[in-house]
Ligand binder design. Structure first.
Ligand code: NAP
Length: 284
């Protein structure tokens, strides 16, 4: 029986600790500020942004949401980002993805000042991470690393397999685990014998985006299984990429969906905004 890695409880604990740190920072005259730019009416994005705002308020941040029309031009969006790059009240800028098709996502990511890029998607921050000197780390992988730390899961010398090679999850989590001395394999849609590859893993991180794709055939007995997936089944219920009921008895540790990786992602966004705010004091 696998121990459940309770992301909700861990996130709440970290947010409570963060609130205390924010109170101390405020006494020094700095309130961490996070602005989220939301373009259009995508319902999933609306929910994510609302959750981010609730969490930011809870830990005592200055929190702002810029709700922008679907029709905003790329130039206007870039100009607004530049305005927040200059605004010292905000230490973190997040543009909620995906963006409408007429806006170039890459240009938008490049426009955010790397020091305010709390999502960690700017090529400078990605580069820092991949040379082993991370400054801003993409929040989902950062949250997974916090889970390993909190549950005493040692990566040193372990075989880790990541299924998925996206810039926001697969690649950075692979790099972070390698930095912690795991031997990492990255699998993707062209990987041959995926089940066999996954079954080598002491630590299996799944970030595919296909509901219940990973069955017990993919999992070695005693493996740690981290399910990043967020999918909706036919009944509209949120489900992970891992078939939890049949994998859980095999795993030593496993994250559920919901209440697993998801709450940690938001928490790391807050943590990273806090860190960005503390840097402004160090610079003074
Ligand atoms: P993505 O950009 O769509 O990448 C998916 C990856 O999975 C790709 O590398 C793809 O391979 C691989 N893949 C797809 N089908 C596969 C298959 N049949 N066999 C092996 N590999 C396969 O997705 P993402 O942004 O990384 O997100 C992955 C999932 O995590 C989604 O469900 C997303 O909603 C969720 N997510 C959750 C959080 C959170 O906070 N909990 C945060 C971010 C994402 P190719 O590269 O070969 O196409």
């Amino acid at each position: 029986m696998g121990e459940i890695i309770d992301g909700r409880t861990l996130a709440d604990k970290l947010q409570t600790e963060l609130k205390t740190k924010v109170d101390i920072l405020k006494e020094k005259g700095v309130t961490p500020g996070l602005v989220v730019l939301l373009v259009g009416e995508n319902p999933a994005s609306q929910t994510y942004v609302r959750n981010k705002e609730i969490a930011a308020n809870k830990v005592g941040f200055l929190s702002k949401i810029e709700r922008l029309p679907e029709t905003i031009t790329e130039a206007d969006l870039l100009a607004l980002i530049e305005q927040y790059n200059q605004d010292t009240a905000f230490h973190g800028i997040l543009v909620q993805l995906p963006l409408p098709a007429h806006i170039d996502e890459e240009k938008v990511i490049l426009a955010i000042h790397p020091e305010k890029d709390v999502d960690g998607f700017h090529p400078i921050n990605m580069g820092q991470l991949f040379i082993g000197k991370p400054v801003m780390i993409p929040c989902t992988p950062f949250g997974i690393m916090k889970m390993f730390e909190a549950y005493g899961i040692d990566l040193d010398g372990k075989n880790a397999v990541v299924i998925g090679r996206s810039n926001i999850v697969g690649k950075p989590i692979a790099q972070l685990m390698m930095m912690n001395n795991a031997t990492v394999t990255i699998a993707h849609s062209h990987t041959k014998n995926l089940e066999e590859v996954a079954k080598q893993a002491d630590i299996l991180v799944v970030a595919i985006g296909r509901g219940h794709f990973v069955t017990k055939e993919f999992v070695k007995e005693g493996a740690v299984v981290i399910d990043v997936g967020m999918n909706h089944n036919a009944a509209g219920k949120l489900i992970g990429d891992v078939k939890f009921d049949e994998v859980e008895p095999l795993a030593s540790y496993i994250t559920p969906v919901p209440k697993g990786v998801g709450p940690m992602t938001i928490t790391m966004l807050l943590e990273q905004t806090y860190i960005a705010a503390t840097r402004t004091i160090e610079e003074k």
